[in-house]
Design a protein around this ligand. Structure first.
Ligand SMILES: *Cc1c(COP(=O)(O)O)cnc(C)c1O
Length: 365
């Protein structure tokens, strides 16, 4: 057997540890997972009802074009239906964009650190990856522009950025897009769009009219609480979206996911509630990190990257033993952990566990 040589070294994606596994391994009854930026409030009741309704049609293929969902979404976003492509999560759109745009030797520019799937999928296509270090946790847009050549096919901007939670402002983004050559596709990943409250945070969809080489990614996994159902989307000019649809699997998204997403869009009050509860959680965490003298990046998302001051992997491990799962292990942030904002109760339990862990580790030196 001889797989493509460029995939041999690739890691299998390591998701946040599942709750059941941690319970079993450590003999804990209560475990909270604040590792994958999941919505602690579940999803809209309307979405649940829509999913139940689909169970009777389990034997029928879904609509490959997601026409009903596309119609609902297009009217809410103020775009045409042929400006939308759906995927099994926006991760699937990332995969499709790489498949459609990158050939061996093509160049693609991204931040370092950012969402791992841009690099992963670009490597599968044998593209040349150019990573530009973050500056103070933020995309270095000038540094990224300086790396663009005639061979550059895609530039990735994650806004807010995962794992730092920082944003590129409207002004910074427009100045950047003005300078990106037209032959380069700019992928603007707005997975946490619904959580952002900063008035300077740009809505990428409003920029599509001006910039034809832009594609915006969003997902129902985070603010809409539908991560289990796997549905996300891309928005762009019809000609860009057509290329992505050309490489899409015919029946990629399920009937239940399409119905759930459509119903979720009809319940904006649920997302408003999640946004405001999330922001309260963020403010609480800021307060506690300041009390514990821990530095953190200000966030516009539903997670915070905080400096525990010690090896993040050992803090991760010690928190796990107390029944709290977080995320750790970023190359450029070896002492930082990323914690998803949970319910008020979960946030308090996390802070208490973190305080215990840091105290224990300080005593033991
Ligand atoms: C969570 C996340 C996604 C997509 O998740 P899906 O569940 O595949 O929709 C995309 N980009 C970033 C930055 C994310 O954090």
């Amino acid at each position: 057997m001889q797989p493509k040589s460029n995939i041999v070294h690739l890691p299998v994606y390591q998701p946040g540890k599942p709750i059941e596994e941690v319970q079993k391994e450590l003999g804990l009854t209560e475990v909270i997972k604040l590792a994958s930026n999941e919505n602690p409030f579940g999803c809209s009741e309307r979405a649940k009802a829509a999913i139940m309704e689909q169970l009777g049609q389990s034997n029928i293929y879904p609509d490959g074009a997601s026409a009903e969902l596309a119609e609902e979404l297009a009217s809410r976003l103020g775009v045409q239906r042929n400006q939308l492509v759906f995927g099994t999560g926006s991760s699937d759109i990332i995969l499709m964009i790489c498949r459609a745009f990158l050939a061996a030797g093509d160049e693609t520019v991204m931040a370092d650190e950012t969402f791992s799937q841009y690099k992963h999928n670009a490597e599968i296509e044998n593209a040349r990856i150019i990573e530009v270090p973050l500056s103070d946790g933020k995309h270095d847009l000038d540094g990224m522009l300086a790396q663009i050549t005639d061979r550059t096919k895609i530039v990735w901007i994650c806004n807010p950025n995962n794992p730092t939670g920082t944003i590129v402002s409207r002004e910074e983004l427009a100045a950047f897009l003005d300078r990106v050559p037209a032959h380069v596709l700019v992928v603007l990943d707005e997975a946490y769009f619904e959580f952002a409250v900063d008035p300077d945070y740009p809505n990428g969809i409003e920029l599509l009219e001006q910039y034809g080489n832009l594609v915006v990614l969003r997902t129902f996994s985070k603010a809409y609480g539908l991560a289990a159902f796997r549905i996300g989307y891309g928005v762009g000019r019809p000609e860009v979206i057509r290329y992505i649809n050309q490489v899409r699997e015919p029946f990629n998204t399920s009937r239940a996911a399409q119905a759930a997403a459509k119903a979720a869009l009809q319940d904006p009050a649920f997302v408003d509630y999640c946004r405001s509860e999330n922001r309260k959680g963020v403010e609480y965490l800021y307060e506690q990190f300041e009390r514990l003298c821990l530095a953190y990046f200000p966030t516009q998302s539903n997670f915070v990257l905080v400096d525990a001051g010690l090896s993040s992997l050992s803090v991760f491990d010690a928190l796990l033993r107390k029944g709290v799962i977080v995320r750790a292990g970023w190359r450029h942030y070896p002492t930082y952990i990323r914690v998803s904002v949970g319910t008020d109760e979960q946030n308090r339990k996390f802070v208490a566990a973190l305080e215990d862990v840091l105290q224990d580790m300080a005593v033991r030196g």
